[in-house]
Write a protein that binds this ligand. Structure first.
Ligand code: FE2
Length: 211
C-alpha cells in the first residue's frame, strides 16, 4: 500500500494565512450580498469597498477521501453592517455527518451553530480555544472583536459544503448584534423559517442534500 507524504505547513497568525498550502479563496463584500439585515448599511459598505476582501481561506487538501483531512486558516476582517457583526456565509456539510474543528489563533469570535431542528448555540471563541463542531450542525463564524479573527480548521476532505440550507430557511435563526455595551446580543431573525420534519429527517438521515 502506498502511503501519503507528511506535509508541514506554516501558520502566519499575523497575516492569517496558511503559508504553504495549496488552496486560497477570498470573499469580497460584494459576495456577501443578502446576508445582512440592514440593507442600507450594507449598501454603504459596498459603495466604499465592494471588492475588498471580507474574509479569506488558505488551505491544504491532501486528498479527497473521508480519511483525508483538509486543514487551513480562515481570516476575517472586523466590523459591522449596522449593528450586525461581520460573519462568514455559513454552511452545513453536504455529507452532514462530517464534523470540523476550529482553533482560534487570534481575535474574538463566535461560532454560530444551528441544528437542523432549529436549536441555536453560540460558542465564544478567543485565542487558544478550540471548538468541536459536531456532525449535522450548520456553522458560521462571526467576528465580534476589533481585530482580524484568525482560526485554524480541519475537516474530512469529502465533507463538501451546502450553503443553500441557510438561504432556504431565510437565514440563520439568530443574528449576532452589537449590544451597545461592548458586547453582543443574539436577536431573532424574523425572516427565519423552521425546517419541516421531513427536511430535518432527510438531513439527519445522512444522505447528500440537494441544493
Ligand atoms: Fe464546515
Amino acid at each position: 500500500m502506498r502511503v501519503a507524504e507528511p506535509r508541514r505547513c506554516d501558520v502566519s497568525v499575523a497575516t492569517g494565512f496558511l503559508v504553504n498550502g495549496d488552496g486560497h479563496y477570498r470573499k469580497t463584500y460584494r459576495d456577501l450580498a443578502g446576508l445582512y439585515a440592514d440593507a442600507e448599511a450594507f449598501a454603504a459598505i459596498l459603495a466604499e469597498k465592494a471588492d475588498d476582501v471580507a474574509y479569506e481561506v488558505t488551505s491544504y487538501t491532501p486528498g479527497e477521501k473521508t480519511s483525508d483531512l483538509i486543514m487551513g486558516v480562515t481570516r476575517m476582517e472586523p466590523g459591522k453592517v449596522g449593528r450586525e457583526f461581520f460573519l462568514t456565509r455559513g454552511h452545513i456539510h453536504a455529507k452532514g455527518d462530517r464534523p470540523e474543528i476550529y482553533h482560534t489563533l487570534s481575535g474574538r469570535g463566535i461560532m454560530q451553530l444551528e441544528s437542523p431542528g432549529g436549536e441555536v448555540r453560540l460558542v465564544e471563541m478567543g485565542p487558544q480555544q478550540v471548538c468541536y463542531v459536531p456532525p449535522f450542525w450548520i456553522h458560521r463564524s462571526v467576528n465580534i472583536g476589533s481585530q482580524d479573527l484568525v482560526m485554524f480548521f480541519a475537516y474530512p476532505a469529502d465533507s463538501g459544503q451546502d450553503y443553500g440550507i441557510i438561504e432556504r430557511s431565510g437565514g440563520m435563526r439568530v443574528r449576532v448584534m452589537d449590544n451597545g455595551k461592548g458586547g453582543y446580543v443574539a436577536e431573532e431573525n424574523p425572516a427565519w423559517r423552521e425546517r419541516s420534519p421531513a427536511d430535518v429527517e432527510a438531513i439527519l438521515g445522512g444522505g447528500e442534500m440537494v441544493a
